[in-house]
Design a protein around this ligand. Structure first.
Ligand code: NDP
Length: 508
């Protein structure tokens, strides 16, 4: 197992460890002969490691290894595949604190949230390991006598897994576990901002006993490695989470090859607060959803649609509490809000402050945070805009940072229309004490996830996760339905009548 670098933030280590690809059960160098660095977003001087700058040739090698391992893995009984997955889950649980600390250092989210990210990985590993003994098809009566009719799931083959940096362990596990338990082999390309998290996960997968070639890791840029995965004709299914822009381009390429493709893209998630809401509870949920993970969750709340009657008292609560949030390194247990992922993210968020100043009223925040310990990191103040219109750009576009727009409306119907007036449809929430209104919202909100009297984040691994409209392309992760992405259905008919029976003809 490679060493987890333990350099404290702010100190550049003399020895920066170099990490390798994992192909056919071996840790190997890229054919490029070059590496790239991963840095701590709370302190750019802290270099976590050097990682292989992967190439299309590396992807081709990984595909060969996966192809060779495929028949053996497919023929391994699913409960046995599940047993290895249980071993992986136990290892993740054993190493939870080490993984969480490494994640905070590389990705920036505060330690309590990093522990939650690892826990999501453990939870999905347990859930999918159990699928090794469930994975049911259907057995149905045949329309003809002495004939058996049933369906089974079979693996697609090689799964290409392309993941973002914001949940650097949970999201890979959400994709890799259902792919493996159903008998697929995997080529995993993590985000270039979080290759260390990916390496640590794959180390544990190897230790758990997934055979050589079953899981292969290639690091490197999206345009080279990601594109080579999407374009490879032997990779039958792609699962991608990331930006809508990249998702669209992958969609075109995968479409040309008629590949199975699961996309989890952006969100512009709203919380509706009605006049009968518990405003303290709503403020707590909104702040956690808006500024947790520094607003970089796909389910983050970036719009509050509030009944005008309670807009002012809600804003007061939000402003007071937002001002108290403490920025800093996520490794410090007293930090509430960590850094953004990188300098580009800070620039993107800052550009939306300029846009917001022309659309709403800046209530708090609005600037980069660069004082004291924050000097070398990518910090941004938790920001709230009031008086935003539902169709304003800051109320419509995914910012992916700590920026919250408050949109005043009159009553439930207007709130519901404003909530649905977006091209995304991942998560939504309503705060109300009225059970009838809550049920209306559950029916009316056009999102894949709806919360009642809770914020927009906190999906649990045993229910489907995904969004409507431009948030995705109709697939779901997690839950039992996650198996659909990685399997083909086979319908089987067994005729034991000993004579020719013709369906749709002999049963007239
Ligand atoms: P990207 O969509 O560019 O990156 C996501 C993953 O796709 C990474 O592994 C990336 O690799 C890879 N990738 C990039 N280009 C290609 C390509 N042409 N073919 C195949 N794979 C590719 O997102 P960013 O990290 O650049 O973030 C930008 C914005 O995307 C954020 O501000 C946010 O709005 C949104 N986003 C949404 C997420 C969500 O959970 N819905 C998660 C992350 C981002 P590499 O890292 O090497 O570029």
């Amino acid at each position: 197992m490679t060493e987890t670098a333990t350099t404290p933030p702010g100190v550049t280590p003399t020895e920066v460890p170099t990490f390798r690809h994992f192909i056919a059960g071996e840790w190997t160098d890229s054919t490029s002969g070059t590496t790239f660095e991963s840095h701590n977003p709370a302190d750019e001087r802290d270099i976590i490691g050097r990682f292989q700058q992967g190439t299309a040739a590396d992807v081709a090698m990984a595909v060969s290894a996966a192809w060779a391992a495929r028949p053996m893995w497919q023929r391994t009984p699913a409960p046995k595949r599940g047993e290895i997955m249980f071993a992986f889950a136990y290892l993740m649980a054993e190493h939870k604190e080490r993984l969480a600390r490494a994640m905070t250092r590389e990705m920036g989210k505060v330690l309590s949230e990093a522990r939650g990210d690892v826990q999501e990985g453990i939870d999905i590993a347990y859930l999918m390991a159990g699928e090794g003994r469930r994975m049911s098809g259907e057995t149905v009566p045949s329309e003809l006598p002495d004939k058996w009719a049933m369906s089974i799931r079979q693996p697609i083959g090689i799964a290409g897994i392309i993941t973002p940096w914001n949940f650097p362990m949970a999201i890979p596990c959400w994709k890799i576990m259902p792919a493996l338990v159903t008998g697929n082999v995997v080529i995993f390309k993590p985000a270039s901002d979080t290759p260390h998290c990916a390496t640590l996960l794959v180390e544990l997968m190897a230790e758990a006993g997934f055979p050589p070639g079953v899981v292969n890791l290639i690091t490197g840029g999206g345009a080279e490695v990601g594109d080579a995965i999407v374009d490879n004709p032997d990779i039958g299914v792609i699962s991608f989470t990331g930006s809508s822009t990249t998702g669209r381009s992958i969609s075109v390429k995968a479409g040309q090859r008629l590949k199975r493709l699961s996309l989890e893209l952006g969100g512009k998630n709203g919380v509706v607060v009605l006049k009968d809401a518990d405003l303290d509870l709503a403020a707590d949920g909104i702040l956690w959803s808006a500024f947790g993970t520094t607003g970089q969750r796909c389910t983050a709340c970036s719009r509050v649609i509030v009944d005008r009657v309670v807009a002012e008292p809600l804003l007061e609560r939000l402003e007071t509490r937002a001002r108290k949030l403490r920025l800093g390194s996520g490794l410090d247990e007293t930090t509430d809000v960590g850094p953004l992922i990188n300098a580009d993210a800070v620039d993107k968020v800052a550009s939306y402050i300029d846009i917001g100043n022309g659309e709403g009223e800046l209530v708090t925040g609005g600037g980069r945070a660069t004082t004291g310990d924050l000097t070398h990191g990518h910090f941004f103040e938790p920001t709230i805009f009031a008086g935003v219109g539902p169709m304003d750009r800051i109320g419509q576009e995914e910012i992916f940072g700590p920026v919250l727009s408050v949109i005043p409306v009159d009553g439930y119907n207007e709130a519901m229309l404003a909530l649905n007036q977006t091209r995304y449809g991942l998560s939504s929430s309503i705060y109300t004490q009225d059970v009838n209104t809550a049920f209306r919202a559950m029916r009316d909100f056009e999102t894949g996830i709806v919360y009642v009297n809770a914020g927009t984040t906190g999906a649990e691994t045993h229910l489907p996760f995904g969004g409507w409209k431009e948030t995705g392309n109709g697939h779901r992760e997690a839950g039992h339905v996650a198996l659909d992405t990685y399997t083909e259905w086979k319908s089987i008919y067994v005729d034991f009548s000993g004579r020719l029976q013709r369906a749709q003809i002999d049963n007239q």
